[in-house]
Design a protein around this ligand. Structure first.
Ligand code: SF4
Length: 155
């Protein structure tokens, strides 16, 4: 799995202040995609041990500045499952809610992946269903087929 970048202090993607981690690669090819520059998985930085050591030490310094950690892309789940689970293991050190943004639906996601995240945003971007006022669980999403799902309630 390759890292593209991070965004800090984000208010729009969760129910608090988010630390967002973007990975590359996506085979969703949604019409009207807002981030086609992330489709190519042969870019970015390999998320190996050295990478995680550096990221985690950076996040430790900022820990008081975020409530939630979000994994998004691209499409995180187009990466090998063990890489997603490795990410989850590494982030456990922060003991904060983990969010996953994916275009897949709940019934398309493996149970162990689902149970590893506290919240999962599901659904492909559908420009025909675009609604700039649409909100799911307090989070503004782009198209009305998308949803924020909560572990223990939706899966
Ligand atoms: S899942 Fe996201 S990144 Fe992938 S094509 Fe759809 S909108 Fe673009």
């Amino acid at each position: 799995m390759n890292y593209y970048g991070k965004r800090e202090g984000v208010l729009a993607s969760t129910n608090g202040i988010a630390f967002e981690i973007y990975v590359v690669g996506c085979e969703g090819y949604c019409k009207g995609c807002h981030s086609p520059h992330l489709w190519d998985k042969n870019q970015g930085v390999l998320m190996d041990e050295e990478f995680y050591n550096s990221l985690i030490s950076y996040m430790k310094e900022k820990e008081w500045q975020f409530d939630n950690i979000v994994l998004l892309g691209g499409e995180p789940l187009d990466n090998p499952k063990k890489k997603i689970l490795e990410f989850v293991e590494k982030m456990k050190i922060f003991n904060k809610p983990l969010w996953l943004y994916t275009h897949f639906e709940l019934n398309e996601i493996d149970e162990d992946i689902k149970q590893s995240f506290d919240y999962i945003k599901t659904g492909k971007y559908n420009e025909n269903l675009r609604n700039d006022n649409y909100i799911s669980r307090g989070v503004g999403l782009i198209s009305t087929n998308q949803k924020i799902n909560k572990r223990g309630e939706d899966y």
